[in-house]
Design a protein around this ligand. Structure first.
Ligand code: HEC
Ligand code: HEC
Length: 356
């Protein structure tokens, strides 16, 4: 165990806010998140024009759980992004939005977003500051057709004004501040306290079983180059053999190709993280697989060929896929469970704030 790593790991949010420079371990602000980053990461990326502050994060957390932002006053971000599901929702295509129409894609987990380079399954959102406008205004999600009216309502509530002023100084609540607050909170959704992480940091008593270690080695070998790094994603877009054909033009079923309008991106989707994957079922951009067992069966023998299928899956003289025998698949499955971060999934500092 490397003492230096532990010291970094033990730095609190206050240190992260100041930038990770100098100093030793500090007292953790009680209940704050993130207290710990994945191994090898020493600071939480944040844009210069929206640095994290405790009050900004608090405002974002409150907004994330506020149904009053939606058109019918009943749907919040947390309606679909549920903490115990890794901020996913447990259903293939949510009908929890204001119209109750099924959405076109599965609700992704919100995990370690501060390091994500493209957002949404197709990378259609570039940064967390602008992203929230999409779910806020999308008719089948929060259906907020009157942003001005929404802001006027917030400005008329002294408690809300107090929250905005604590975060951004004197002045009216604005849509820009609202989006910045939500983005700050989203950046604090850091998962780095799973059994795997504790073992990685060499924490006393932390271990992986022999089977889990074997599973880790297999993931590092065979799930490359995609579910790579401590984030278990390469932040890139791939076609993992789910479909033979894709929609045209800007159809959502064209995946990354909808955004770039390039043929070579048809059917490519962002590699999702494997962190907390045991609690984020169902799987893939449309939630088509109900279990991790079904996902592994897909990789081992269920793939279909298409023009953009990723080269990583091509095997000499065999159908495309990932080679794993039964015992290896069991080991991978066992390891995936070691990525469940109970502390993150139940951290009260990420959950709904106390009512005012
Ligand atoms: C009705 C369900 C629903 C609601 C409400 C909702 N989302 Fe989402 N969210 C989704 C779905 C579905 C996607 C995937 C969209 C896509 O990729 O096309 C998503 C994607 C995201 C992503 C991108 C994650 C990634 O890894 O790419 C973020 C961040 C996010 N939502 C934050 C929010 C915030 C903040 C709010 C509230 C302002 C919110 N969501 C409200 C369903 C919802
Ligand atoms: C060539 C890249 C690539 C390789 C190799 C790869 N994956 Fe994936 N994986 C992806 C992409 C891309 C998706 C999302 C596809 C989609 O939704 O359309 C995905 C989705 C998944 C999901 C679903 C996650 C979720 O949140 O929905 C799991 C689980 C998964 N992969 C596990 C694995 C395992 C285990 C291996 C190795 C045995 C592996 N993958 C190999 C690219 C890859």
């Amino acid at each position: 165990m490397n003492r230096h790593t532990l010291r970094h790991a033990a730095w609190g949010l206050s240190t992260l806010l100041l930038g990770a420079c100098g100093g030793g371990p500090e007292a953790l602000p009680p209940g704050s998140s993130p207290e710990v980053l994945p191994v090898g990461f020493t600071f939480l990326p944040q844009p210069e024009d929206n640095p994290l502050t405790q009050e900004g994060v608090e405002l974002g957390r409150w907004l994330f759980h506020a149904p009053r932002l939606s058109g019918n006053g009943q749907v919040s971000c947390a309606t679909c992004h549920v903490q115990e599901h890794g901020f996913s929702d447990g259903v293939a295509r949510s009908t929890a939005g204001v119209t109750q129409h099924p959405l076109s894609r599965h609700t992704p987990a919100l995990v370690n977003l501060a390091w994500m380079e493209g957002l949404f399954w197709d990378g259609g959102a570039k940064n967390l500051e602008s992203l929230s406008l999409a779910p806020l205004t999308q008719a089948d999600e929060m259906g907020q057709a009157d942003l001005e009216g929404m802001m006027a309502g917030l400005s008329a509530d002294p408690d809300v004004v107090r929250r905005f002023e604590a975060a951004f100084g004197p002045g009216e609540p604005t849509l820009g501040k609202l989006l910045r607050g939500l983005a700050q909170y989203a950046r604090t959704l850091v998962s780095a306290r799973s059994r795997y992480d504790r073992w990685r940091r060499g924490e006393p008593g932390a271990f992986l079983t022999e089977q889990e270690s074997r599973g880790l080695a297999l993931v590092r070998q065979r799930c490359k180059p995609c579910h790579d790094s401590e984030l278990f994603t390469d932040n890139a877009f791939h076609n993992n053999g789910l479909d033979e054909r894709f929609g045209q033009g800007e159809d959502v079923s064209r995946g990354r190709g909808r955004v770039t309008l390039r043929d070579e991106d048809a059917g490519r989707y962002k590699t999702p993280t494997l962190r907390n994957v045991a609690v984020t079922a169902p799987y893939m951009h449309d939630g088509r697989f109900a279990t991790l067992e079904a996902v592994l069966l897909h990789y081992r023998g269920g793939m279909v060929r298409s023009a953009t299928l990723d080269g990583a899956f091509l095997r000499e003289g065999q159908a495309p896929g990932v080679t794993l025998d039964d015992a290896e698949a069991e080991a991978v499955l066992a390891f995936l469970h070691a990525l469940t971060d109970e502390a993150f999934l139940s951290d009260p500092s990420l959950g709904p704030p106390d009512a005012p």
